[in-house]
Design a binder for this molecule. Sequence first.
Ligand code: KG4
Ligand code: ZN
Length: 366
Amino acid sequence: MSDPPIILGIESSCDETAAALVRGGREVLSHVVASQIELHARFGGVVPEIASRAHIEAINSVVAAALEQSGVAPAEVAAVAVTHEPGLIGSLLVGLMAAKTLAWAWSVPPIGVNHVYAHAYAAALDAGPIDYPAVALICSGGHTALYRCGGPTDLTLLGATIDDAAGEAFDKVASILRLGYPGGPAIDRIAREGDGEALRFPRTLLAGASLDFSFSGVKTAVLYHVNGLPGSSQPRRARRRPGAALKRLAAMPSAGRGVEHLSRQEVADVAASFQAAVVDVLRIKLRRAARQTGARTLVLGGGVAANRALRAAAEALARELRCTLRLPELRFCLDNAAMVAGLACHYLAAGRTDDLSLAANATVRR
Ligand code: KG4
Ligand code: ZN
């Protein structure tokens, strides 16, 4: 039997420059991520031009560090995998050029990988293989989607967000609450001090069996609440008397003044109640998808899969449905290149490699 192939993975689709070496699709030999968070924080979001420039500055040293940490020589690398879709086009191109250059120099094939599919594979890294068929819920800053997975490379889109991604809603609500960027980890942290039932923010489930998502409503409800405007949030205990709750909100002396008038406890309650609303929607849709497909394995992926409340809700759901739950290690939830190299191993095994004409695509919906 031949040795399991070692693949170099490169990821640069958004604001992380990453490289990793993975053997046999699951054994992570090295995993290097250069984050650009500090560069984008003062803008409250990723600035594409700044991101591309930072990728160019970081890519060579990140790849060199991944090779060095793995102890793997270039001659041992069987392929160079790279995220080529979807993402910021300028950012994708930096990783793609680096991958093609190395593939050409080492006489190995490049393998283009879809970033969202790679998130759906991350749970297999440094862990056992995923049992298929599975349902994968991928929630990150740019994507929120459900897939039926017949195998690591066989994904069928079941539903996706029609407006904001879940992580984007976390980031925007954190900005409303002045918690800094990126918002997901900040909300996750402060929500632990708050009461998730203090306020009832809307759960947008869309029509009956829909597996699509919408998170713009809950974000707007938080904005209205923080500004003391009558919106769609209501103090939980007043739900039986809806008119009274709205009147009380409208009468708030702080109307229009923003987050400054809230105490730390009130901010924590808003964060916890917002998080509870998002997690509820994700859990309900994941349950629907499991029921509709009959899949016995649930997979989570993407930055929001690092969220403590979501992980706990998924664990409870798996127990309820008697399904196996596959959660990626925290370091593999956020953007990384190990998931890219790992997934590419399955393309290599199936003979699905690319050549130097491999192109970058900013958007893909399938
Ligand atoms: O997967 P990722 O690194 O990048 C994209 O592909 O978009 O995800 C980043 C997103 C950000 O929106 C960030 O706020 C969110 O994941 N995130 C979290 C947590 N950690 C990161 N959201 C909620 N709770 C967390 N603990
Ligand atoms: Zn991602």
